[in-house]
Design a protein around this ligand. Structure first.
Ligand code: DGL
Length: 272
């Protein structure tokens, strides 16, 4: 079968830094033959505490970078960008755009039997109310409680998964959600799937954890089909990684987030 030029073009994925590799991992599992270009804005990370105005400005530049790589679609892996700047990405790209909020919200509503849903994310994501609004639009009767967990980002990057400090901080952040008797929790930040076991422990394993990245990979597969641009190849995909800072630390920490070797990581031109 001959493939259309657009089908072999890569999917562009961007994030504020390293965390988006958890979304790439989900994409590689769900769509192993899709070529991917990843951009992590490691020179300007974190986006979570920054104002929506600044995040929008960065998101436009990140999108322009991916568009220069003739991507067939853009996946906004960063929850903060998906919360406050999805329309900026849509405006700057001429290809379909998928963010992580709606797929995560849908998966949560489907998983929750009592419709008591918790959402955790960066300060920016939680302040935007993007998840709360998306969940309520899907189910107006759902009770949604949210909590910013900013310290989870450095803890995940430091690899402090089985560590007392992480357990204490997780209890502090998550106890109010536990008191609200949520049955489902959206991991609304790229880094949080790394801390699944610690988070699960606080809820005694009784709460369903929703990985927005996995839900997003499912949505990406659907959109590729809808546009007829799924790569029909059965060859190993070409996955390229670009970052805006010098890549040294990215490779080491990134392998933990991606769950496999990263290969070559290049410094992106046009940033700093
Ligand atoms: N990637 C960000 C997110 O998912 C977390 C890291 C940051 O604050 O930039 O919101």
């Amino acid at each position: 079968m001959t493939s259309k030029p657009q089908q072999v073009q890569p999917i562009g994925v961007f994030d504020s830094g390293i965390g988006g590799l958890t979304v790439v991992r989900a994409l590689m599992q769900r769509l192993p033959h899709e070529n991917i270009v990843y951009f992590g804005d490691t020179a300007r990370v974190p986006y979570g505490p920054k104002s929506p105005q600044v995040v929008r400005e960065y998101a436009a530049q990140d999108t322009d970078f991916l568009m220069r790589h003739t991507v067939k679609m853009i996946v906004v892996a960063c929850n903060t960008v998906s919360s406050v700047a999805l329309e900026v990405v849509q405006k700057h790209s001429k290809v379909p755009v998928v963010g992580v909020i709606l797929p995560g919200a849908k998966a949560a509503v489907e998983a929750s039997s009592k419709k008591r849903i918790g959402v955790i994310g960066t300060v920016g994501t939680i302040a935007s109310n993007a998840y709360v609004n998306a969940i309520r639009r899907l189910d107006s009767k759902a009770t949604v409680v949210s909590q910013a967990c900013p310290l989870f980002v450095p803890l995940a990057e430091e690899g402090l998964v089985d560590h007392k400090a992480t357990e204490l901080i997780a209890k502090e952040y998550l106890f109010p959600l536990k008191l609200q008797k949520i049955d489902t929790l959206v991991l609304g930040c790229t880094h949080y799937p790394i801390l699944t076991s610690v988070i699960q422990h606080v809820f005694d394993g009784a709460t369903a954890l929703i990985d927005s990245g996995i839900a997003t990979a499912e949505e990406v597969a659907r959109v590729l089909d809808e546009h007829g641009v799924k790569n029909p190849s059965n060859q190993k995909a070409n996955v390229q990684f670009f970052v805006s800072d010098i890549p040294h630390k990215f490779t080491e920490v990134g392998e933990r987030f991606l769950g496999q070797k990263l290969g070559r990581v290049r410094k992106a031109e046009g940033f700093l």
